[in-house]
Write a protein that binds this ligand. Structure first.
Ligand SMILES: [Zn+2]
Length: 349
């Protein structure tokens, strides 16, 4: 890539220049033009070109807030280029919805098609005009509606450099997870572009712990990529690594009470929840089917038979040690006020 000039839409950016570009991606039914807003920060010296995206799912607000904080940051000593798109899926964002107006999931339409559906065109514009110019990417997400995620990065480990980026990000957990076809992640992989997928919190809610972890994670990745000067203090901050995960499902429907918060170690057979019969007195105990760490959970209080209740990650290390790491990372990163939220206010401890 030519380090002298970076062209985004119709605007040219020279080293040291910053600015905002609104890339047209189509029109809404009310004729209003729909733009993809891109914040551009160029360092004076050359370096990687990092893309940070949020709002690929329109109801995921934590990433949007992380992007907003990044946009407001003073990027002194920046090397290379930082491109930030706070809301990729603007039409879904307007609807407060995960999905596009045609109910499709934008994150299954990548790399997109210029002659395809509305969402497919947005995906294509993002790929052709932005991703094609970048060397690294960070995509910010939350759990889908009705679920909450412990702050975590997802790693497929198929592109060189991604694992190092995830480690540098320093989320409480790194989960090895498959890549979904049609996702932005899959499109980055196809280009052999190292990336981080960050998942934290729940849809339609702003959670400061998730935002704090995400913001710090991006800065730490930029230090790792030598886009920012390194700080020694950041070096020791290991994530708990989960090789796989599984969902513990409801054997019966009813009123669900969680007995364990996010980030906790569970043992095989441990009592972690209760499902009460809404029409009677009976209660069914929910016991862990494997040992691991609770990395996600339903937020529903009324559940049907078969509903996914707890997402448990299997750690290479002893789960107790993984829990310690998670607690330590929360203590290091979060001010006192935010920590109780991190420990999951929903759980009935
Ligand atoms: Zn998402």
């Amino acid at each position: 890539m030519d380090h002298e000039v970076l062209t985004i839409g119709k605007r040219k950016f020279y080293p040291g220049e910053c600015g905002v570009v609104d890339l047209p991606v189509g029109r809404l039914v009310c004729h209003a033009e729909l733009d993809l807003r891109v914040h551009v920060f160029r360092g004076k010296k050359p370096g990687p070109c990092l893309l940070v995206t949020a709002g690929v799912h329109g109801d995921e607000l934590n990433g949007v807030e992380i992007a907003r904080k990044l946009v407001g940051h003073k990027w002194r000593g920046l090397k290379g280029d930082l491109l930030i798109i706070p809301v990729v899926n603007v039409s879904a964002f307007l609807l407060r919805s995960r999905y596009l107006p045609d109910r499709r999931d934008l994150n299954r339409l990548f790399p997109g098609n210029a002659d395809g559906s509305f969402g497919s065109r947005i995906a294509r514009t993002l790929m052709d005009q932005i991703v094609s110019q970048c060397t690294h990417a960070i995509d910010l997400h939350t759990a889908a509606t009705g679920r909450i995620n412990l702050p975590q990065t997802r790693l497929a480990d198929r592109v060189e450099g991604s694992r190092e980026m995830a480690k540098a990000f320093g989320a409480p957990v790194i989960l090895k997870a498959k890549v979904r076809n049609g996702s932005l992640r899959a499109a980055c992989e196809k280009r052999k572009m190292p990336y981080v997928l960050f998942e934290a919190g729940e849809a339609l809610r702003l959670e400061l712990p998730a935002v704090t972890f995400g913001f710090r994670g991006v800065i730490r990745v930029m230090r790792h990529l030598q886009m920012l000067p390194e700080r020694k203090k950041d070096a020791e901050f290991p994530s708990a690594f989960c090789d796989s995960s599984h969902w513990l499902r409801a054997e019966v429907g009813g009123i669900f009470r969680a007995l364990i918060p996010l980030g906790r170690a569970v043992e095989l057979g441990q009592l972690i929840g209760v499902i009460g019969d809404p029409m009677g007195r009976e209660e069914r105990e929910l016991r862990s089917e494997r040992s691991g760490i609770v990395i996600g959970r339903t937020t529903a209080s009324l559940v049907d038979e078969g509903d996914a209740l707890f997402h448990v990650g299997q750690t290479r290390a002893d789960p107790e040690r993984a829990e310690e790491r998670i607690t330590r990372s929360a203590e290091e990163v979060l001010p006192d006020l935010e920590r109780p939220v991190f420990r999951d206010a929903h759980a009935d401890q």
